[in-house]
Design a protein around this ligand. Structure first.
Ligand code: HCA
Ligand code: CU
Length: 392
């Protein structure tokens, strides 16, 4: 039999030589902007170490939001992690100074460039914004820094102005430009067009930072990659302002399995990274959250159980152990004969067709919905399959 994903892979039409797409994780900056999230410095350092070990390329933190964050930024920079530590602030020389005081090598500066941000938030003209952007970039470059510039609310900015800002900061030596969909208003083709517009005129490497207000963040991030972006912003579990941004788990798994982008992520840390955030924030990811949710590998309907017990690939895109999650099966009203038979074998009861049927009917008649969740590990799976083969 071919790999169960074989034909799906053909539709997905991978590039023959997939590009490397990097990941910037902003759990410590965007993530802390999620309502109810506030890490201690010890937690921030722990998160940075784990993200680095996981294999993200850049880790973002903002030293300008509080003296505590400044200390955390300094300490994290001192750790000498493999990932770049990107020190995030406003497009102001005073914020660059704070990053310099933390001994940052990489900084990020953001400035709203849409009409609503210019007129109502910042109360500055386009000319003033352009000048501020160029000044910030020049200042950072004069101080030997690498700088990413974020054209905040770029997806809602006048395209002509967007291009003139991107051109001016590129001439000033900016190292990367972040193209954000700050309010999550884009659909995937719109995101593609937005990025392509910039990409066709500007050579500077591009990041994508997309919000999930309508649920399109992950799709939009990948659409941006198809249009030429080479770094995606994530947070653990996707936490961030309002509904957040793409989750690290979904981005890393999609990059690895759906885009075949070369990387050395330790995907088996993903479930633990999610648990870590749950522990530090008390925000419990909803059970059906892709990859890391407790239901992501839980199988329930009778026909599903019967198939899963023979070959889990029947109802799983990738095995749970790859991402550090666990497969469980639910016994209850929906379990069916095969599920009931499996439950009996676990309990050491000799099973035959008739009694398995009776147990299944009994579970149905209990009318208690889900009665029992049981882990189904690979070892057990193999045993079941072998027993079955032997009994044939
Ligand atoms: C913010 C805005 C931002 C910046 C993104 C970036 C956005 O909260 O500062 O720096 O790439 O969504 O536009 O998060
Ligand atoms: Cu954001």
């Amino acid at each position: 039999m071919k790999d169960p994903n074989h034909y799906a892979d053909l539709y997905n039409a991978y590039d023959e030589t997939p590009r490397k797409i990097s990941v910037l994780d902003s759990t410590l900056r965007e993530g802390e902007q999620h309502p109810g999230v506030s890490f201690t410095n010890k937690q921030r350092i722990q998160i940075a170490w784990m993200l680095d070990y996981f294999g993200v390329d850049q880790i973002e933190i903002s030293p300008v939001v509080s003296p505590d964050h400044k200390d955390a930024t300094k300490t994290i920079i001192k750790q000498g992690l493999r990932a770049d530590i990107v020190s995030h602030g406003r497009a102001l020389t005073e914020d660059i100074d704070i990053s310099l005081a933390c001994d940052a090598k990489w900084v990020a500066a953001y400035l709203g460039i849409s009409d609503v941000h210019l007129k109502d938030k910042l109360r500055i003209t386009k000319e003033q914004a352009l000048e501020r952007a160029v000044n910030t970039v020049s200042y950072a470059k004069e101080h030997g820094l690498k700088i990413r510039f974020t054209v905040e609310d770029g997806s809602r900015a006048d395209p002509e102005f967007l291009i003139s800002v991107c051109k001016a900061i590129s001439e000033a030596g900016v190292d990367r430009i972040s193209l954000p969909d700050t309010v999550g208003i884009m659909r995937p083709v719109g995101m593609y067009n937005f990025v392509k517009n910039v990409r066709s005129i500007i050579d500077t490497p591009l990041d994508v930072h997309v919000h999930n207000d309508i649920g399109f963040a992950l799709a939009n991030a990948f659409s941006a990659c198809e249009a030429g972006v080479d770094q995606i912003h994530t947070t653990i579990d996707g936490i961030g302002e309002r509904t957040g941004i793409p989750s690290l788990a979904e981005v890393a798994v999609a990059l690895t399995y759906l885009y075949k982008s070369p990387n050395d992520f330790r995907l088996d840390m993903l479930a633990d990274l999610s648990r870590l955030i749950e522990q530090y924030t008390t925000i419990k990811p909803y059970d059906s959250k892709p990859i890391v949710g407790t239901s992501a590998y839980k199988h329930k309907a009778g026909t599903h159980l019967a198939a899963i017990l023979k070959n889990p690939a029947a109802y799983e895109p990738i095995p749970p152990r790859i991402v550090g999650n666990h497969r469980t099966i639910v016994f209850g009203e929906l379990a069916g004969k095969t599920g009931a038979g499996y439950l009996m074998s676990l309990l050491g009861i000799k099973q035959d067709n008739e009694t398995a049927k009776k147990v299944a009917a009994g579970l149905k008649n209990l009318r208690m919905g889900d009665v029992l969740d049981i882990p189904l590990e690979d070892r057990l799976e193999r045993k079941i399959i072998n027993d079955e083969k032997r009994s044939k």
